[in-house]
Design a protein. Structure first.
Length: 573
């Protein structure tokens, strides 16, 4: 079931969008947008807080706190409901297109009476936008990219939304009498970036109580199908969840069968057929006699087919079976391999927690080293100054004494400008332990310009890591265009790592590009980019992406001992 924090954040974001459409004051819109991030990342449930407790949340003042109290009482925010009635539904539908802001959506409605994505695409095809103020050929290209991005996302959900619900279901069903085992499978177990539906497996000799408990959960809006072996439901958010119950003795075969991609499973079944066997969710059988051979664990199913166990995250039929047959599967990086986190923020810039709170969270993860990397001054809304950064450096040194088992590193997240430059001169940069550099603006540069921009950043001797390299926001902003092979060559040549950012709407560098970068000899940093204490939990998604890229601990610099990491960060200086 969705957290109240997430539902309130969605309502406040919608309020900000609706105010933008109706010409609301810009400072109010910004205030709501700041509150959205603060509420989503707040560790306490806002449904349980009174007015005083709500006002303690960063960026939540009296007016916004009262709107949250309105949500507690009514399940919605009445100002949002009022504004919805003032704005045509078609305009609201257009604002869902990435790259098309609310003001432009309103212009399209008022000037051309466009009320749907299909009508907008047709208008672009007919060159009807060209005469509108603020629209041009580049705007049309961006809108078409946004439409394609939205259609590609379809009804898919970000991995964290699916994972939180799956974890809740598994925890609930495990407590049902007669449930012997329960776990999620499918694309979620493979840690895909977005999830179309969730597969849950349970083992029991009495499926009835498990099916009944599942179908009666508060997040269920519709029971699509219900039987003795499978029940499918749709949640209030529109996500389909399929529950299958198998005998305990079939557990391993079922987990294998319902985890791999279609192509992986076809390939595995072909191996079985060639061996005179038949593989199903109930086991591996002799084809002629129908006798059961193995079924209780995945390991024995793969072993009987002449294969070692294949990690779920790489069961995509992208060479893993061939590598397994040659006993050449790499040892994939795991969460427990990470010694440190090299990208995080505090409330000095856009974080929601103090330096002390974020450090305590890192210590709680059992890390050996932890980097604070607040934003640099060219991201103007963060109002960073030299004096603030130097004061934080001194605070980090003082805090170090309270954490003898955790080495604190003082860094920064620089902004890569359109020409590839960064915020501070060399004499200031040399005082940092490390520097992450990221693209935060000018996302629509052409491929050649963006490639030169990245290469220039890599050649800066103080830039250690390129943060969230494609700058994408899944379902909201497309990746930047670049000649990635040239960027990867520059990273390898200069000793600049590429980040795999663990935020669920980033997961950037994506797995396919990371695997390509690895072939060029690039090293990686798997980081949380945490802006709140709760964001530290996202590391599982970054590691899942790294596994999908076939990365080993040696490929990931924050698995290395501190002395080896420090040598890498010196970048030959």
């Amino acid at each position: 079931m969705a957290r109240a924090n997430d539902e309130v954040a969605e309502l406040l974001q919608e309020l900000a969008d609706l105010l933008s459409i109706t010409g609301g004051e810009a400072f109010k819109v910004r205030a709501y947008e700041k509150a959205v991030r603060a509420i989503a990342g707040h560790p306490e449930d806002v449904a349980d807080l009174d007015l005083a407790g709500l006002k303690k949340i960063p960026n939540v003042g009296q007016a916004i706190a009262k709107k949250i109290l309105d949500y507690q009482e009514t399940g919605t925010i009445r100002q949002v409901e009022d504004l919805r009635t003032q704005i045509p539904a078609g305009v609201r539908a257009l604002t869902a297109i990435p790259t098309l802001g609310p003001k432009k959506a309103l212009v399209l409605y008022e000037e051309l009476r466009i009320t749907s994505v299909a009508e907008l695409a047709e208008a672009i095809d007919q060159d009807r936008l060209r005469d509108l103020k603020g629209f041009g050929e580049k705007t049309e290209e961006n809108i078409l990219r946004g439409i394609a991005l939205m259609e590609q996302a379809g009804d898919r959900f970000l991995i964290d939304a699916a994972m939180e619900l799956a974890d809740e279901i598994v925890s609930t069903l495990q407590d049902v009498p007669g449930c012997r085992r329960c776990a999620y499978a499918g694309s979620l177990r493979r840690m895909r970036e977005t999830i179309g539906d969730v597969d849950i497996l349970a083992a029991s000799d009495d499926p009835g109580p498990i099916m009944e408990t599942f179908a009666s959960q508060p997040f269920v809006s519709d029971v699509i199908a219900r039987g003795g072996k499978k029940t499918s439901v749709r949640t209030t958010k529109g996500l389909q969840i399929d529950l299958r119950v198998v005998p305990l003795e079939s557990w391993g075969a079922a987990m294998q069968y319902f985890t791999g991609s279609k192509q992986h499973n076809v390939h595995i079944r072909e191996i079985a057929v060639r061996a005179g066997l038949k593989l199903s969710e109930y086991g591996l059988f002799e084809a002629e006699s129908g006798d059961l051979i193995v079924s209780s664990t995945e390991e024995e199913v793969y072993d009987r087919l002449g294969l070692p166990w294949i990690p779920p995250t790489i069961r995509e039929d992208q060479g893993e079976i061939e590598a397994a047959l040659k006993n050449e599967l790499p040892p994939l990086v795991r969460v427990e391999d990470l010694r440190g986190d090299l990208h995080s923020h505090t409330d000095l810039t856009d974080g929601l927690a103090t330096l002390e709170e974020m450090t305590a969270a890192a210590a709680g993860r059992g890390l050996e080293y932890y980097a604070i990397t607040d934003h640099a001054p060219n991201l103007y809304m963060q109002r960073m100054t030299d004096e603030k950064m130097l004061a934080q450096r001194e605070a980090v040194r003082e805090l170090q004494a309270r954490h003898p088992d955790l080495t604190l590193l003082h860094g920064t997240e620089l902004n890569i400008d359109p020409a590839g430059g960064v915020d501070w001169p060399a004499e200031f940069l040399q005082g940092f332990d490390l520097c992450v550099a990221s693209v935060h603006s000018h996302f629509t540069q052409d491929g050649a310009e963006m490639t030169r921009r990245f290469i220039a950043a890599c050649e800066n001797p103080y830039v250690n890591i390129i943060g969230h390299p494609t700058a994408r926001a899944i379902g909201r902003r497309p990746p930047v265009e670049a000649d990635w092979d040239e960027v990867f060559k520059a990273c390898a040549r200069t000793g600049t790592a590429l980040e795999i950012n663990s935020f669920p709407d980033r997961l950037d560098l994506p797995a396919d590009l990371a695997r390509r970068a690895k072939r060029h000899g690039v090293k990686f940093s798997v980081d949380t980019d945490a802006h709140a204490v709760g964001h530290h939990r996202n590391i599982r998604y970054g590691v899942g992406t790294a596994q999908r890229a076939w990365l080993t601990p040696d490929d990931v610099i924050n698995t290395w001992p501190l002395d080896r990491l420090r040598a890498f960060l010196r970048k030959g200086r």
